[in-house]
Design a protein around this ligand. Structure first.
Ligand SMILES: *[C@@H]1O[C@H](CO)[C@@H](O)[C@H](O)[C@H]1NC(C)=O
Ligand SMILES: *[C@@H]1O[C@H](CO)[C@@H](O)[C@H](O)[C@H]1NC(C)=O
Ligand SMILES: *[C@@H]1O[C@H](CO)[C@@H](O)[C@H](O)[C@H]1NC(C)=O
Ligand SMILES: *[C@@H]1O[C@H](CO)[C@@H](O)[C@H](O)[C@H]1NC(C)=O
Length: 452
């Protein structure tokens, strides 16, 4: 049964988490760009904020409210807990390994990684990206992300204000209101309510632009049949979303040398590269129906089309369409939940409403992240090998780190490409960074790179 927030319930949760002041909250600043075909790119000043669950939650005297789950002496019920416990500021670099520099965001795994959200220039709201009929671009360095780790960069349909309210004083500035297509039940504060007994789930549409390490990568829409952040309870949390999604993983789709840590791979993951994702609609407008999610890469100044599916029985495509997802269900036995939840069109409706950018670094050393980088299923069946990792490759490495930079959103196909001798980079330069074939972008000085 869905959780319905009535006014009487609201009254009974009159106080949720407070704001703590042991550590001042200083959001690491980051720039990103918004681009149009006519006006070029404009640099925006944003910042990142740490997810509320990662923060220290404590009483006024500094006792942790949730040493391992909520301390039921401090938190016998949601109201008492909310009145007593405060979310504190984060020591980003020291405790969480989160640093920024210009347009770059670096996450170091350390004691357990981090999950951060992009805030707008006010520092009080998440940026609400609307990417229909747009392309979204970022540079990524995955060279230091091994098997069973995942440097993720994705959209969730979270409330842009973080659900700030009478019962949630902290809001987006403190990273509240996380939700995703797994409907996680471990979120401490859900819609202004303290989730003391873990009975509340937080569901929303999720579009994974990037889940990857240095050996495997996945692009995945996860539609839900709910709008915005939807709070569920118990069995009411099942079947609201597609937790598996309709993924595109070049390795799984038959090309094991497309994306690999090698100079002979098509995309060499030992070096930084650019990933471009385009959201194509049926009418080439933002109000159209989502018909294709396209990916291409740029490395060493060269545009690299996405790998082409090479599995028997599947058509040779290199984008995510409704047909690709249905074919994959039929041929590989993938979950039908994608279509049951409205498929690509439903994903598009969510993206049209807008989504928050989530960046995280996480691991699964226990189970292995086989859905991304290993054998998930029976080896004799097609499409079960998603990457080269085996249990022998899994080892704890706190120095694991990922860097995302040069985040850009704007009109489709604005990027390619500059002609021979055209400018393609340099400080203060905001035009296209790509060169027409067969030219490459060559650095000449800090203010000028040229297509040669
Ligand atoms: C729970 O909180 C009470 C009251 O502050 C404290 O005495 C007790 O040690 C705490 N329990 C744990 C497991 O931290
Ligand atoms: C930040 O980036 C600039 C330009 O790339 C570089 O010169 C500088 O060393 C970096 N600063 C830090 C602290 O990494
Ligand atoms: C992998 O993709 C690259 C680039 O598209 C292509 O040149 C190569 O032939 C593909 N390999 C296989 C095994 O499909
Ligand atoms: C969501 O989709 C599932 C699967 O088709 C269905 O069982 C459920 O009733 C739907 N829920 C809503 C709220 O539409």
């Amino acid at each position: 049964m869905a959780f319905i927030l009535t006014s009487s319930l609201l009254a009974s949760f009159a106080a949720a988490q407070q704001i703590g002041t042991f550590t001042p909250e200083v959001h690491p600043p980051i720039t990103y760009q918004t681009c149009t075909s006519f006006a070029g790119c404009t640099t925006q000043k944003g910042s990142v904020t740490l997810d509320a669950n990662y923060r220290w939650l404590h009483t006024a005297d500094g006792t942790t409210c949730n040493p391992s789950g909520f301390n039921r002496t401090i938190c016998p019920d949601a109201q008492t807990c909310g009145e007593t416990c405060a979310l504190d500021g984060a020591d980003y670099a020291g405790t969480y390994g989160v640093t920024t520099n210009g347009s770059a965001l670096n996450l170091v795994f350390g004691n357990g990684g981090a999950r951060v959200y992009l805030l707008d220039s006010t520092g009080e709201n998440y940026v609400n990206f609307k990417v229909m009929n747009q392309e979204f671009t970022f540079d990524v360095d995955v060279s230091n992300v091994p098997c069973a780790y995942n440097g993720a960069f994705y959209f969730s349909e979270m409330p842009p204000d973080g659900g700030i309210s009478e019962t949630n004083k902290a809001g987006a500035a403190y990273g509240t209101a996380y939700c995703d297509s797994q409907c996680p039940t471990g979120i401490n504060f859900v819609n202004g309510m303290t989730n003391v007994d873990g009975s509340l789930g937080s569901c929303c549409n999720e579009m994974d632009l990037w889940e990857a390490n240095s050996v495997s990568t996945q692009l995945t829409p996860h539609p839900c049949n709910v709008t915005g952040e939807f709070v569920c309870t118990g069995s009411g949390c099942t079947n609201l979303c597609d937790p598996s999604g309709c993924e595109f993983n070049p390795f799984r789709m038959g090309n094991e040398s497309f994306y690999a840590p090698s100079s002979s791979a098509t995309v060499d993951t030992t070096k930084v590269f650019t990933a471009v994702t385009q959201f194509i609609t049926d009418n080439n407008r933002a109000d159209g129906t989502l018909t294709s999610i396209r990916r291409f890469y740029v490395q060493n100044g060269k545009v690299i089309p996405n790998s082409v599916v090479e599995l028997a029985g599947l058509p040779k495509v290199n984008d995510i369409t409704a047909d690709y997802c249905t074919d994959k269900m039929n041929v590989l036995g993938d979950s039908t939940a994608f279509n049951q939840h409205g498929g690509l069109a439903q994903m598009g409706k969510s993206l049209a409403r807008g989504a928050v950018l989530v960046v995280s670094l996480w691991d699964d050393l226990g189970g292995g992240m086989t859905w991304l980088d290993g054998l998930a299923g029976d080896a004799s069946q097609p499409g079960t090998l998603r990457g080269p990792c085996t249990s022998a490759d899994i080892a704890s490495d706190p120095t694991t780190s990922v860097t995302f930079s040069n985040i850009r959103v704007g009109d489709i196909n604005r990027s390619p490409s500059q002609p021979h001798f055209g400018q393609c980079g340099g400080q203060f330069y905001e035009g296209p960074n790509l060169c027409a074939e067969p030219f490459s972008c060559v650095y000449s000085n800090p203010f000028y790179s040229q297509c040669l």
